[in-house]
Write a protein that binds this ligand. Structure first.
Ligand code: WT7
Length: 632
């Protein structure tokens, strides 16, 4: 494919072209794909409602671009090397031909259950080939997948199923995670007690736990697809038809369903994949994310397959059976591009170099980072010890909403600087705005990172609630997409992401709204009121600090109370959102109008004891002193 930029000069030329004539630029890229019908109108947009349409009038099926078009030349090429949690268990490799067959069988199975174009399918699965097959099978028949990370609780799952009104859940009996096995099917059963829309549950047998199957509703994955035909016509989709929904957290309310559509998402994920990683035909690519997050969607499933790449799909965790697992896998499959999160780098850094130097990492060409700002120390360690000083670190900034990488170096083409994500990809027009919405032209000034022009894989709406999309992303600054991040630009024009400027916290690259965690805490019978903030955490980037006002504080053992509050969060969201610190307090600092002053709570969580800035609007300043006295 002719998507790859091959020099920094070409990047600069292409970037210029993409700004001067965006439609012509994207037409060139889009023309490299297979369309059932060519589009008529490359771009129609306004950022008020908002209303963004790419490649209108065109029709396609993304899976024909991920599978069918590679078969003739590369049918026997490996699409995925699946590496099991247990290094002694057999690994599996699946070729493009085989993947095509599996996808078609699953697509036919879904059809046999009455699934039609536009129906929503929830996927709650471990990192298995069957999960990937399920995702692509949905896209094959135009069903809209909504993947829910398998670490979310049954409550979180039922919220997402109900919001999307999903018809089917595809899940497994359980999953392998390091030395542990985790039950999943029971979680689904509990979730479905409050979900009316679900007609069937398809259960893949992953851990042989012999889970309970509900007659009529539950179906075994393998039995279901066994006799299905091996071809399935790809449903014709309009460019702007929904491809998937992915729930993500914001400052307020419940997680929202970010909607991505077929044409633009296809064009941008493939383009960004090939350029950022400078991926060439025979390279082996490994993105360590989970398919439950956008990184897994775009850079395990869609981007690499669209580009006909060979990728690794890893079931396990970086610390099992020991902390050398990532490096062992890189050696085993001769990985050329490795893409992970700063939190993983920081935790493995602490394990010393012996577990790294045991392995041959000489095939690595590009190493990437994603999910949160990477601190200088971690960047340097990654560059020196994993990349051996030869591999560029691509620090990729993007979001669930952006669909693909927005700011990043392009492999070894671009200059790089630790802690700087770098330059915008072609077609991306970032700006920094001050509090009044004026564009900041000077360098080294922090501003709100916004994007002033549409790009093909951008969010189209929030599922079932278009106003929410408008209010969250397009209302703060008229005419701009607002990212929620603060950033700076240096003298060389490189962007450095400072972090979220809203009430979103980023824990080990997982995104949570403080309100969402508070809601979960408040379901506890003892909780009267709570406030959650993020604080700097050495490994996780940010930790979760909860201040909770409880009843019966005197009668209950504080440790028991904390345990019970943590349990409420585990049930409401999942163990991944457990607060690191819970401080039981008698009151929260509020303004006279009753608003919690989170700014103060954030400072206390960071260890500040005296300097809280202007506190004159506080109703009861004594509350602050009390909280400081007992803070961690
Ligand atoms: C938020 C989006 C899209 C990848 C996974 C996270 C933060 C992401 C970086 C980076 C600094 C980063 C931002 C962003 N973020 N990548 N390279 N440097 N911060 O997706 O869950 O939608 O979270 O993650 O704060 O807004 P997400």
């Amino acid at each position: 494919m002719a998507l790859r930029i091959k020099s920094y000069e070409q990047y600069q030329i292409d970037y210029q072209k993409s700004i001067e004539n965006p439609t012509q630029f994207w037409e060139g890229i889009a023309n490299t794909f297979t369309w059932k019908k060519k589009w008529e109108n490359t771009l129609d947009w306004e950022f008020t409602t908002p209303d963004v349409k790419w490649f209108e009038g065109g029709s396609l099926n993304i899976t024909e671009n991920m599978l069918d078009r590679h078969l003739k030349k590369n049918g026997d090429k490996v699409a995925f090397h699946w590496e099991p949690n247990d290094p002694c268990a057999p690994n599996k490799s699946i070729t493009y031909n085989e993947l095509y067959t599996e996808v078609c069988k699953m697509a036919n199975a879904l059809k046999s259950l009455g699934v039609e174009k536009g129906d929503r399918i929830c996927i709650y699965m471990p990192m298995t080939l069957e999960a990937v097959v399920s995702i692509i099978a949905c896209a094959r028949i135009g069903a809209v997948h909504s993947i829910v990370f398998a670490g979310f609780s049954s409550n979180a799952l039922s919220d997402r199923i109900n919001d999307a009104k999903a018809k089917i859940v595809i899940t497994s009996d359980g999953l392998n995670r390091g030395a542990k096995q985790v039950e999943l099917k029971g979680m689904v059963d509990t979730a479905l007690e409050t979900c009316k829309s679900i007609e069937h549950v398809i259960v893949f047998n992953c851990i042989d736990s012999g889970s309970n199957m509900q007659e009529g509703r539950d179906l075994n994955y393998h039995a279901l697809i066994a006799d299905m035909p091996e071809h399935c016509e790809a449903t014709e989709m309009q460019s702007e038809d929904l491809l998937f929904i992915l729930y993500t957290s914001g400052s307020t309310g419940k997680p929202k369903g970010v909607v991505h559509t077929c044409g633009g998402y296809m064009v941008y994920t493939s383009y960004s994949f090939e350029n950022v990683f400078q991926h060439e035909g025979s390279d082996v690519f490994w993105c360590t994310a989970d398919i439950g997050w956008i990184t897994g969607h775009s850079y395990i499933v869609y981007g690499p397959l669209l580009s006909g790449a060979t990728s690794i799909l890893f079931e396990g965790v970086p610390t099992y059976p020991d902390c050398g697992r990532f490096w062992a896998i890189c050696e085993k499959y001769k990985v050329n591009q490795f893409y992970t999160a700063p939190t993983a780098i920081r935790s493995l850094m602490g394990e010393g170099l012996d577990v790294v130097n045991k392995y041959d990492l000489s095939n690595l060409k590009v190493i990437g980072s994603v999910g949160e700002p990477i601190n200088e120390e971690a960047w340097q360690w990654y560059f020196d010890n994993i990349g051996k000083g030869n591999c560029p670190v691509v620090d990729t900034w993007w979001q669930t909403e952006t669909g693909g990488i927005m700011l990043s170096g392009l492999g070894d083409l671009s200059p790089m600087k630790p802690t700087h994500a770098g330059y915008p990809l072609p077609g991306i027009q970032p700006v920094l705005l001050d509090g009044d919405g004026n564009i900041i032209e000077e360098n080294e000034q922090e501003g709100y990172l916004c994007i002033r022009f549409p790009w093909p894989s951008m969010i189209r709406t929030t599922y079932g609630d278009h106003d929410r999309c408008k209010n969250v992303y397009f209302s703060n600054y008229k005419g701009y997409y607002f990212t929620g991040d603060g950033a700076k630009r240096d003298v060389d024009g490189m962007y450095r992401i400072i972090g979220r400027v809203d009430d979103v916290i980023n824990v080990s690259g997982h995104r949570f709204g403080t309100a969402e965690i508070e809601d979960a805490i408040n379901t506890n019978e003892h909780a009267i009121e709570s406030a959650v903030v993020g604080y700097p955490h050495d490994i996780k980037g940010q930790g979760i600090y909860a201040y909770v006002v409880v009843n019966a504080a005197n009668e209950t053992d504080p440790e028991e109370m904390r345990k019970s509050l943590i349990e409420s969060v585990s049930q409401g969201i999942g163990k991944i959102a457990k607060p690191d610190k819970i401080q039981i307090v008698t009151g929260l600092p509020k303004t006279r109008s009753g608003k919690i002053m989170r700014r103060i709570l954030r400072k206390i969580a960071e260890g500040e004891k005296t300097n809280f800035g202007d506190t004159s609007t506080l109703l009861d300043p004594e509350v602050v002193e009390l909280i400081v006295k007992e803070s961690f």
